[in-house]
Design a protein. Structure first.
Length: 522
């Protein structure tokens, strides 16, 4: 296997201003952690900033923007998409609107979007703006994400139309299940309140006053910028990042859920903004003290990550308004991670220690969150010997091996063995309709079944019969790690519908095939 080693190169954008007071972690130690991470994970490019409320403690960029152009190094002005870490921008702008008296968090969504509708009339009437941003809707994790991933580009109207057809899996407000589409709806609330597109609101409310001049709120503009990072994916079992198909860049309409791109130099300003109680470097408070506190107030309890419990002495975890909250070595940790096809990020704040860490990478590997936690661990507990980076490598190796095996390429992987279908292939052919996703076509091509997922060109593939009325779709882009079983429903020997299920447990939950329930069109 050929490893890409250029990513270890150091680029411009290095700032030192002394050690971290909380645990005497030196910039040299941070740099060593980063180099250990990159050496282990072979990141294509990575940028990191570590700040206190009044100083940039460490800021540095590594690697390249695109493996095809090794001379174009990442620098402090390179734009990185940072995915769901951007959810806090949407909630921050909503908090500003609350300060202005334009809404309350517990206002019903229908007050602002009359056509908003969930599957149950009671839930529809009670569903609040707070519910949009706290992952307690009762819908399954990643509900409806196939409207967006991997290459679909829905209109907001498409998402609103789909919501009422996605059935809940738990009681309303009874549990946590991560949701992206409801953040798109939250962005639409913000847009209607302010009378302008969401991206203009974010630019006017946040980018301009904080002087985050490099940032782009729309994914299309971030991707088109001259100094921008190309997103990279890896085929399961491979350590080499490959540039994604440009169609995988999420659509502009879904940006409120995680479509912002910024440079690390501007993200340091965003980090200091929060360490200074939502106040800009010029001393302007953008969010009132009460609303800043509201954003960091827990709403929906979540399960404690086992790594946090084991190495961070974490006992509780709860989701606030666009932020995750937990205890970390006895201190408050305010954080959020982010992941897109080909990019990952992590933002962690220890307010009591006056330190924040933001790490972003243009390679789809878990390195960013564990690198940040290694630094935050040293800041929170000088006596801790937790090896976050080492644990991350163990986890990632196991993940890679499992994903490769399920995809049929890893060690001990079993190849698909085609079995004879139990009925003529023509019996399966037809249009199948799911209430929220829409139509999917099962066709006969070259004497074999073929699935066309309609909303996605990437999710079109031949079907191989592997059991009675059960087929497998191996998508052409093997880097997606999202192969799916297609199981046909039969009644009185007639094919009447189908369901789907991801082949691998390592498939990202946004490929929510399991939430589909197709009926064959007559």
């Amino acid at each position: 296997m050929k490893f890409y080693r250029t990513c270890a190169a150091i680029t411009a954008g290095l700032f030192y201003s002394g050690a971290i007071n909380a645990a005497d972690v030196t910039p040299e130690q941070i740099d060593a952690y980063v180099n250990e991470t990159i050496g282990s994970f072979k990141n294509t490019g990575l940028s990191i900033t570590v700040v206190s409320s009044d100083a940039v403690i460490f800021q540095k960029s590594y690697g390249v923007r695109d493996v095809r152009r090794p001379d174009e190094k990442v620098d402090e002005n390179t734009l990185f998409p940072f995915a769901s870490v951007g959810k806090a921008f949407t909630t921050a702008a909503l908090a500003m609107a609350v300060d202005d008296g334009k809404l309350n968090w517990d206002d019903p969504v229908q007050k602002f979007i009359p056509e908003f509708e969930m599957s149950d009339p009671y839930i529809t009437a009670e569903f609040s703006v707070r519910d949009l941003v706290t992952h307690r809707s009762g819908l399954p994790a990643g509900a409806g994400d196939l409207l967006v991933f991997p290459d679909a580009d829905p209109q907001v109207e498409d998402i609103l139309a789909a919501m009422k057809h996605i059935p809940p899996t738990t009681g309303f407000r009874s549990g946590y299940a991560y949701d992206n589409l409801l953040y798109v709806v939250a962005g639409e609330v913000l847009s209607r309140i302010e009378g302008m597109p969401w991206d203009k609101v974010i630019a006017n409310r946040i980018f301009k006053p904080i002087k985050m001049n490099s940032c782009e709120a729309l994914p299309s503009k971030g991707a088109a910028a001259k100094n921008t990072a190309t997103q990279h994916l890896r085929e399961p079992g491979s350590w080499e990042g490959v540039p994604i198909d440009p169609s995988y860049i999420i659509g502009d309409n879904t940006a409120p859920a995680g479509g912002i791109s910024c440079s690390i130099s501007d993200l340091s300003k965003w980090a200091q903004f929060w360490l200074n109680d939502a106040t800009t470097a010029s001393g302007k408070r953008l969010i009132s003290e009460s609303q800043a506190k509201e954003l960091w107030t827990g709403v929906t309890p979540t399960r404690v990550n086992p790594m946090l419990a084991d190495m961070g002495d974490t006992h509780f975890s709860i989701y606030g308004l666009g932020w995750s909250l937990s205890d970390f070595h006895g201190k408050l940790l305010v954080s959020h991670s982010g992941g897109l096809l080909g990019a990952v990020s992590y933002f962690g704040i220890l307010p009591e220690e006056d330190i924040a860490v933001f790490v972003t990478s243009n390679d789809f590997a878990i390195a960013t969150s564990l690198l940040a936690l290694q630094i935050l661990d040293d800041a929170a507990d000088a006596g801790s010997d937790s090896d976050w980076i080492g644990r991350a490598i163990e986890f990632y190796n196991a993940y890679q091996a499992s994903a490769a095996k399920d995809q049929g390429t890893g060690e001990d992987a079993q190849q698909d063995v085609a079995v004879a279908p139990v009925r003529p292939l023509t019996d399966y052919v037809g249009t199948y309709i799911d209430p929220w996703y829409g139509p999917v076509s099962i066709e006969l091509r070259n004497d074999a079944l073929f699935i066309d997922m309609s909303r996605s060109q990437a999710l079109d593939a031949p079907l191989v019969s592997v059991a009675s009325d059960k087929f497998v779709a191996r998508w052409p882009d093997r880097k997606l790690n999202a192969d799916a079983y297609v199981i046909f429903t039969v009644d009185d020997d007639d094919v009447i519908g189908m369901t789907m299920q991801a082949v691998s447990d390592t498939t990202d939950f946004s490929f929510d095939f399991h939430d589909l329930n197709f009926t064959k069109s007559k």
